[in-house]
Design a protein around this ligand. Structure first.
Ligand SMILES: Cc1cc2nc3c(=O)[nH]c(=O)nc-3n(C[C@H](O)[C@H](O)[C@H](O)COP(=O)(O)O)c2cc1C
Length: 161
């Protein structure tokens, strides 16, 4: 059976909600799925979070997920200042995605910089040897409304495998 891990960071719950939806969809499709939340002791205010995201800061990850045993890796991040979050960037930098099929996804607020963030996300994964098999961007407050789109994108990617 194909083994999938969904790794995400979520500060206010939107990316966690989307990750849980993806988990349920993949389970329904009969895949063996694990869900992993990235945690950090870093606590910063809005502006500092934006600055760290823009500067491409790397944070210490308290507990690293072990992706070696998984063929497919979903990674989720909120958009911060048109970038992915420092913790998700740190995860990618610390990981080896050789022979991994990777599906990045983001949640956003206004939508400003979301395409840029997704492109950056993909570039970092490819640099670490990963093969992009799909992508998803969903407005953080509109996850339920976007359920058909979420299912469609996942089905599209599973068909390609
Ligand atoms: C520090 C910070 C910066 C943000 N920057 C952006 C941005 O540039 N573009 C955007 O569309 N949303 C931005 N947002 C909104 C978040 O991306 C959005 O609320 C997201 O769904 C939050 O995910 P979470 O609930 O999993 O933490 C920002 C939020 C924070 C806290």
């Amino acid at each position: 059976m194909r083994k999938v891990i969904i790794i995400y960071f979520s500060q206010t719950g939107n990316t966690k909600k989307l990750s849980t939806k993806i988990y349920e969809i993949l389970k329904e499709k009969g895949l063996e799925v694990s869900l992993f939340e990235l945690e950090s002791k870093e606590r910063r205010n809005f502006f500092r979070n934006c600055i760290d995201a823009i500067k491409g800061k790397i944070y210490y990850i308290e507990k690293m997920p072990s992706i070696e045993n998984y063929e497919i890796v979903f990674i989720g991040s909120p958009v911060w200042a048109g970038k992915i979050t420092p913790l998700v960037r740190s995860l990618i930098k610390e990981s080896n995605f050789q022979n991994k099929k990777v599906f990045p996804f983001i949640t956003y607020g206004s939508g400003l910089g979301r395409i840029r963030a997704l492109k950056e996300f993909e570039k970092l994964i490819i640099e670490k040897g990963g093969e992009i098999i799909g992508e998803l961007d969903v407005k953080g407050k509109k996850i339920d409304e976007n359920l058909p789109k979420i299912k469609e994108e996942i089905e599209k990617c599973l068909k390609k495998l």
